[in-house]
Design a protein around this ligand. Structure first.
Ligand code: NAP
Length: 484
């Protein structure tokens, strides 16, 4: 099946931090893939901006290397790479100084869409927003893309929102959470609101509980000092897991339009109950004979920051009253897996007797690896052995079901950047959503500080601290297996 490419309007896209890691690994290769897909109109241009002194040719070499390293087999086509590079140029700019801004302004053309991607440290967001304004680049045709982290608590998020609001309207601000750009995440909405099968069952009456897992096999890597200030709560739960929770739990919006969707997500966050301390498990990966532990990784022997977090949450509304949501995320775990699992309740009465065993429908929505969904349904075990039941998965791996193009189309960053150019904010977080998420997060973190909470050590390559298993076992439930 060939995916349909919807062309975007001509644009000027400026990447502040155009020489950084995110630009190199995600943004530039993603733009190249959109170019190859024919989505980038001939007039479009991409301008890298950072402090390093470099001419256009030097930056094109940098972009070429990024494409070769991260754009996959598409980069084998030299003609396509050259074609893309013709649209790429560079301006040396210090976000905190005045040099370079006039050169940037002269590059921006007429009435085209002007997009400014802030792929720099958050401390520079305000400087860039202010200078865009001072140099006449914050007009109505302009939009800005802001990377996470969006603040570190409610106060800082409010301050950041206020700074950006001085120069840009909310409809010009795109707070990116790349999880929302994943094919499966959007499919979650398609499955819920495009079928009659699921929505009638999508409530406390039929759903026993929901699990959201984002597990990583890697440790903190080179981000130790940032991560130690942040931890799993700020780095993953407040943004990515919260967004997934919103999409799984929200009411159907009246339309698939930015504010209609975001209004419903906001209601979910506002309906979250405060979390009981005994419904929270924090962990830190321990050292092994061959591998350093979390504290060595972040070079802080007295660190109390969590690299693992599991939580049991409740949403106070009619749909979900009494249904627990279990969230977990962590580093150095057994598998790299992101999935949402909806576990339905048992059938109200079994006509098959005790021998048939206990069976449940389970809908698992995989974000990675192998984006797709499985629905476990109960059938009769084949053979003459009487009415024995077995759960079998109906498996819809997107690459199998829709062909390899489906996989080609799944890179979150490129989809989201094209949405910025189209002016579609549906998959971006609104300022009030981010603030509401922090308003829920802050008291939890404050509680840890007040109690001098110490994360539990956990074994690398496992499933996190024992207490995380107990969080489920106490309720007679268990986490879905973390498969390698
Ligand atoms: P990075 O590798 O440290 O790159 C930072 C970029 O900012 C470089 O291009 C740097 O170039 C430029 N820069 C630094 N100071 C500047 C200044 N005063 N004026 C203009 N440019 C300046 O960081 P990154 O990993 O790409 O991350 C960028 C942003 O994305 C951060 O907010 C980060 O939290 C977020 N993010 C990153 C990832 C990721 O996978 N990397 C994932 C999610 C979110 P010069 O030194 O030449 O100026």
């Amino acid at each position: 099946m060939v995916s349909r490419v919807i062309p975007v309007d001509p644009f000027d896209l400026v990447i502040f931090g155009g020489t950084g890691d995110l630009a190199r690994r995600k943004i530039l290769p993603g733009l190249f893939r959109r170019f190859v897909a024919g989505q980038m109109p001939p007039e479009a241009q991409v301008v890298g901006a950072a402090r390093s002194e470099m001419d256009d040719a030097g930056y094109r070499d940098f972009v070429r290397e990024a494409i070769v390293e991260f754009a996959g087999p598409l980069s084998d086509d030299g003609t396509q790479v050259d074609g893309f590079l013709e649209r790429v140029s560079y301006v040396a700019i210090d976000a905190k100084g005045e040099a370079g801004w006039d050169a940037l302004r002269t590059k921006m053309r007429g009435d085209l869409v002007h997009a400014f991607y802030f792929s720099v440290a958050p401390a520079l967001f305000g400087d860039i927003a202010e200078r865009l304004h001072l140099h006449g680049l914050a007009g109505d045709e302009s939009r800005i893309v802001v990377e996470k982290p969006f603040g570190k608590d409610l106060d800082s998020a409010k301050a950041l929102n206020a700074t950006l609001a001085e120069h840009f309207h909310e409809h010009q601000i795109y707070r990116i959470d790349h999880y929302l750009g994943k094919e499966t995440v959007q499919n979650l909405m398609a499955v819920r609101f495009g079928n009659v099968l699921f929505e009638p069952l999508w409530n406390a009456q039929y759903v026993d509980h929901i699990q959201i897992t984002v597990a990583e096999t890697v440790g903190v890597g080179g981000r130790g000092s940032y991560y130690d200030q942040s931890g799993a709560m700020r780095d993953m739960v407040q943004n990515h897991l919260m967004q997934l929770l919103c999409l799984i739990a929200m009411e159907p919006p009246a339309k698939f339009e930015p504010d209609a969707v975001r209004d419903e997500k906001l209601k979910v966050i506002r309906a979250l109950e405060p979390v009981e301390p005994h419904h929270i498990v924090r962990g830190q990966y321990d050292k092994t004979v061959d591998s350093v532990g979390y504290r060595e990784d972040v070079e802080n022997p007295r660190s109390f920051t969590e690299s693992f977090l599991a939580l049991k949450l409740h949403i106070s509304n009619w749909r979900w009253a009494g249904t627990p949501f279990y969230l977990r995320t962590g580093k150095k775990l057994r598998a790299r897996t992101s999935e949402i699992v909806v576990v339905f309740k048992d059938a109200p009465h079994s006509i098959f007797g005790a021998d048939a065993g206990r069976h449940r429908n389970v809908l698992a929505i995989r974000l990675q690896p192998n984006e797709g969904m499985t629905l476990d349904v109960t059938i009769k075990e084949p053979g003459p052995g009487g009415m024995r039941l077995v759960d079998v998965p109906l498996d819809m791996t997107f690459a199998d079901a829709l062909g390899p193009e489906a996989e080609q189309a799944t890179e979150a960053y490129e989809r989201l950047i094209m949405d910025v150019i189209r002016g579609n904010q549906t998959l971006f977080m609104r300022g009030d959503e981010v603030e509401a998420a922090w308003a829920w997060t802050d008291p939890i973190i404050a509680g840890w500080t007040a109690r001098s909470d110490v994360p539990k050590p956990y074994e690398q390559g496992g499933t996190g601290p024992e207490d995380s298993l107990m969080l489920m076992h106490r309720d007679g439930r268990r986490w879905r297996e973390l498969k390698t």
